[in-house]
Design a protein around this ligand. Structure first.
Ligand code: MLC
Length: 524
């Protein structure tokens, strides 16, 4: 039986339900939303394909997209994939130096940005050797994009066949490593489709669903789970440019919406929003939580306040969605649920690699058509990420209950999750160590009610040098996106190390993760 890939499903929907609303983009609460029907979406994607072709995009080329939420992002992303090129979404918070790294590493051919001003675009153009054109849309992105597409008609691109190799990379998502700099996870048409099929079945997506979308589009959660999920079902996405709790509650109730996806920080802000007690979300079919551990108190408070139970699920950039609590059946507090259809999950002993019996904590490993093929031009890191028998090592620790539910129990990889964003300490440490006064540094995540974890740096200064916390934070801020920048910098005479010289982060967390008032700024 022919099982269509995502882009084919979407094209079929665009033709068969052309009048149905695909996207309602709310950019400004005081203005009516920009409504795009499925038929119009197809037309816009075709015109975008024609424009990309005219700019020389070939199959396999990387098209970098650093755009805020809106139609330009969606059209460029879908059009790049339809041309058998590779969509490369980039966080809008990246600093120019981070950006340069991604563009060069991916060898992007085109770069679309509505973040960089014209002056920065010129600097960037001279700094990259690979990017052939930087297309700046900073001034009124929507209008600038329409202007860009104006000369192109969709009919010219309609004859371009859909990508025919399900195992070709169509999307690259950068994730950081436990050592060194971020690496691009290569996701294929088959990966995206497998994930969508799993979620469609598990969460019972319907064409009359209305999804309220508040997440960034440049990550797996907002892009593959939320936006693709709704498009793949022929449903409507109400796209909110920025998350704002009051507006979100208002839309969930008044629109009304049936599906909502968030990270714990977002759900907490909804529960604590002034006037939240006046809203009931009992009409909603599905409210999911992911990208970070859902605290038990939040699970309970959300249900008490809004009359609907959060559904916690677990995934990662390299594999999309892996485990989910059931839509029907017990949503177990503290558990990330059961393997999604078509996904195999096992727990193994991290040392020996042997599968462990139920109830024992080990590394979570995953296998299935959802799992990426590896890291862009990093054969060694790819080999290290998989077991010899083809399972992806997630770096998360967990156990399986006898009835099949999985519970996470920490991480074997050095990772901080703040507000649903992954922050890799090694990346922050590399920047800290560039500061002339820094002899050594260690970055840890300290528990935080609002953000899950906060980034904290412990720094050893070179003898005879001086630098205050503000200076060091500013140094980081110039080089790292704000969510990676340490919120506190503490000083130590030395870092605790084990016999092999490795910094003992758990000792640092025990010593330093306390309320701010209890910290002297310099410890010896
Ligand atoms: C914003 N800031 C953050 C931050 N988000 N700092 C740490 N961690 C974060 N996540 C910074 C801002 O830059 C600002 O810094 C200050 O915090 C306050 O900002 P804010 O206005 O309160 O934040 P806001 O813009 O409202 O963003 C909060 C948020 C956002 C929760 C809406 O972080 C968010 O959308 N998170 C979702 C991330 C996500 O989609 N992750 C999915 C990854 S995929 P300053 O200093 O400038 O004032 C994945 C796989 C899977 O993990 O399974 O899903």
């Amino acid at each position: 039986m022919h099982r269509p890939m995502f882009l084919e499903t979407l094209r079929t929907l665009c033709l068969s339900q052309a009048e149905r609303v695909a996207i309602e983009h709310i950019e400004d609460a005081t203005e009516p939303p920009r409504v795009v029907r499925y038929g119009e979406l197809e037309e816009m994607v075709l015109r975008t394909m024609a424009m990309l072709r005219q700019k020389g995009v070939q199959p396999g080329d990387r098209v970098a997209i650093q755009l805020g939420k809106g139609l330009p992002f969606i059209c460029l992303h879908l059009a790049a994939m339809r041309l058998s090129a590779i969509s490369l979404p980039l966080n809008t918070a990246y600093t120019p130096s981070e950006l340069l790294y991604f563009l060069e590493d991916a060898e992007a051919r085109l770069f679309f940005t509505d973040v960089l001003p014209q002056s920065a675009i010129q600097d960037l153009s001279t700094q990259t050797s690979c990017v052939q054109e930087v297309i700046g849309l900073a001034e009124k992105p929507q209008r600038a994009f329409e202007h860009l597409l104006a000369p192109f008609v969709g009919a010219d691109a309609a004859a371009i066949p859909l990508p025919d190799d399900p195992d070709a990379t169509c999307l690259m998502i950068y994730t950081s490593g436990t050592t060194g700099r971020p690496k691009g996870a290569e996701l294929t048409h088959r990966n995206l489709t497998a994930n969508l099929n799993s979620l469609h079945e598990a969460w019972e997506w319907r064409s009359d669903d209305v999804l309220l979308h508040v997440l960034p589009l440049f990550h797996v959660h907002g892009l593959l789970v939320a936006l693709h999920g709704a498009l793949n079902a022929g449903a409507t996405t109400v796209l909110l440019t920025r998350f704002e709790p009051q507006q979100t509650l208002e839309l969930l109730v008044r629109r009304p919406c049936t599906v909502f996806m968030g990270v714990p920080t977002i759900h907490r802000r909804l529960v604590e929003a002034p006037g939240a007690e006046h809203y009931s979300l009992r009409h909603m079919r599905l409210v999911t939580s992911g990208s970070d551990r859902l605290p038990e108190d939040l699970f309970r408070r959300f249900e008490e306040r809004f009359g609907v139970q959060l559904l916690e699920r677990y995934g990662m950039s390299e594999a999309g969605m892996i485990l989910s609590n059931p839509l029907r059946g017990e949503r177990r507090v503290g558990s990330v649920g059961l393997p999604l259809p078509g996904v195999d999950v096992r727990i193994v002993d991290p040392e020996s690699g042997d599968p462990l019996p139920d109830g024992r904590v080990g590394e979570v490993q995953v296998r299935g058509d959802n799992v990426c093929k590896g890291y862009w031009r990093q054969p060694e890191k790819t080999a290290a990420a998989f077991t010899p028998d083809g399972w992806l090592r997630t770096g998360d620790l967990g156990l399986r209950e006898p009835d099949g539910y999985f519970t996470l129990k920490g991480r074997s990889k050095d990772l901080i999750i703040s507000g649903g964003y992954n922050v890799y300490p090694s990346e922050v440490e590399l920047v800290l160590n560039e500061h002339p006064a820094v002899e050594a540094s260690a970055v840890i995540g300290c528990p935080d009610v609002e953000w899950g974890e906060r980034v904290v740096a412990v720094v050893v200064l070179r003898t005879g040098t001086e630098a205050g916390p503000d200076e060091i934070m500013q140094f980081c801020r110039e080089r790292l996106a704000p969510y990676k920048t340490p919120r506190r910098v503490l000083f130590a005479a030395a870092l605790p190390r084990n016999a092999l010289g490795k910094v003992q982060k758990s000792a640092l967390r025990n010593a330093y993760c306390q309320p701010a008032s209890e910290h002297p700024n310099r410890l010896s």
